[in-house]
Design a protein around this ligand. Structure first.
Ligand code: ZN
Length: 110
């Protein structure tokens, strides 16, 4: 069984969690100034990378809290989980077939 590390509770079975989609999407500062196409892009268009992807997750059958995770979409392996408002120690990689993260950027953030 896949274990996911909730930043608040520790490792728990994957059946306790629900994915909330792509993380780090900023709401436009002035939505009324956007065109319909820009607004629909904000609402519906999301990345679908092959590789490391930042996602929001909810520990719905546990503490109920939201957190972020870096997950490799090829291997379904969780590389890191972190609380809302925090930054990951690694970076996303959307290059096809490249599961390793870019170590130079990860070191720069550390
Ligand atoms: Zn939890």
């Amino acid at each position: 069984m896949l274990l996911i590390a909730c930043p608040y509770c520790g490792n728990r079975p994957e059946t306790e969690f629900r994915c909330g989609g792509q993380a780090h999407i900023a709401r436009p500062a002035d939505p009324a100034a956007l065109s319909d196409e820009q607004w629909s892009g904000y609402l519906f268009v999301r990345d679908n990378p092959r590789g490391v992807h930042a996602e929001r997750w909810n520990h719905v059958h546990g503490c109920g809290r939201w957190f972020n995770a870096l997950r490799d979409t090829v291997s379904d392996r969780f590389l890191e989980t972190y609380k809302m408002g925090e930054k990951p120690s690694r970076t996303e990689s959307t290059e096809a077939g490249s599961t390793p993260v870019k170590s130079t950027q990860a070191e720069a953030r550390a």
